[in-house]
Design a protein around this ligand. Structure first.
Ligand SMILES: [Zn+2]
Length: 382
């Protein structure tokens, strides 16, 4: 009965049986068909322009950390366009999406599916105990690092909440119904219909049954005071599984969970200390990003932090944010990989300077020193 009602009411132009795909918990989903794919693509095209202002504002929170956007994905799928960032993360991502079709791409980008787990984490997590990595493989490293960071820095971080972002959120129809309502201002039954169809789409093996790393390929930090005053969401750091899996696959599993978290924690230090960018410019973004790298590098290499060797810290910083865009000719999106590695090197020297004797400098002082030395850090690619 329910199926029939939905079909009549929302006529996506596909057969009733296909439309009312059973919830995943009821057993294997009905086979995905080209007709359903076309219908979902057409639906996505209708919905794209209906994205709400609130969704746009919330999505902007992760802008500075967004490594994969529609353009990146398109280039990754079209293997002939790898010249923008030829190694590391881009190559890895390209290997994960070889069997995606143009129609898949239109559905994923048209419905902003790469943003759904991010929006859910932003609005609703942490809702209970969190695990990090699809199977909790990074839980220990991340929770331990978070505790250590809170003790390491002199700035009070007890208000910061840490949450996970999982790709399989996309096949949780209850959760995604709420997101479809928010994104496109759909009435609940129509939002649920869309959420059900999205879950069925992503249950295809090539999307890992909804666990594909593409959909959680990010980590970010935000605070009400800096970014979301009217939302009342507090201060959070969100750690996406996909990003952790990618860096692990590149042989950086011993440093990436700690390094990414320490970078996002660095943004929280900036929020608390009022060090955020005052204007929206490439130079301002580059400064705050490189400074977050410096906070991260200082913590990673400090004897009272992670005590890692400089080589590991540099390897991490070089790989992290290597992805993204063809923006290396944009004078300052995130800084070039060389500049990021240089920020790490600078932080290593500061953390291990003669006479430092394990003393941890106040975060504000690290920032002041960093900003004084910024011209030299930029020099390799200035
Ligand atoms: Zn950042």
């Amino acid at each position: 009965m329910r199926r029939r009602t939905f079909t009549t009411a929302f006529a996506l132009g596909v057969p009733a049986l296909a439309l009312g795909a059973p919830a995943l918990a009821d057993g294997p989903p009905a086979a995905w068909t080209p007709a359903r794919s076309r219908a979902l693509r057409d639906r996505a095209a209708q919905l794209t322009p209906r994205m709400t202002d609130r969704a746009r504002r919330l999505m902007a929170v992760a802008d500075s950390e967004r490594l994969v956007d529609a353009g990146t994905l398109e280039r990754a799928i079209d293997g002939s366009q790898h010249e923008c960032a030829p190694t590391g993360l881009t190559q890895w991502l390209g290997e994960q999406v070889t069997d995606f079709t143009d129609e898949d791409l239109a559905i994923i980008t048209g419905l902003f599916l790469m943003e759904w787990p991010m929006l859910h984490a932003l609005l609703f997590e942490p809702d209970g105990p969190q695990h990090y990595g699809p199977d909790g493989e990074y839980t220990k490293a991340i929770t331990k690092t978070f505790r250590t960071l809170q003790k390491f820095w002199d700035v009070d971080g007890s208000h910061i909440r840490l949450a996970a972002m999982h790709s399989d959120l996309l096949v949780d129809v209850d959760a995604t119904t709420a997101l479809a309502e928010l994104l496109f201002e759909l009435p609940t039954p129509e939002a649920r219909e869309l959420a059900t169809e999205v879950a069925a789409f992503l249950s295809q093996p090539k999307f890992g049954g909804g666990r594909h790393p593409l959909f959680s390929f990010n980590a970010f930090a935000f605070s009400d005071q800096a970014l979301l005053g009217d939302e009342g969401l507090g201060s959070k750091i969100i750690m996406g599984d996909g990003m952790l899996q990618a860096l692990d696959a590149l042989g950086l599993g011993d440093v990436a969970p700690q390094g990414i978290l320490a970078h996002e924690y660095g943004h929280q230090l900036q929020f608390s200390l009022g060090l955020g960018a005052e204007e929206q410019s490439p130079e301002a973004t580059r400064l705050t990003e490189l400074e977050a790298d410096a906070f991260s590098g200082y913590y990673l290499s400090h004897p009272r932090g992670e005590r890692l060797r400089n080589r590991r810290v540099e390897a991490f910083l070089y790989a992290y944010f290597q992805l993204g865009d063809c923006a290396f000719d944009d004078p300052g999106h995130h800084g070039t990989p060389n500049q990021r590695a240089e920020a790490g090197h600078w932080a290593y020297d500061l953390a291990n300077a003669k006479g430092a004797k394990g003393h941890v400098r106040p975060a504000a002082q690290v920032s002041t020193l960093f900003r004084e030395d910024l011209p030299e850090i930029l020099a390799p690619d200035a």
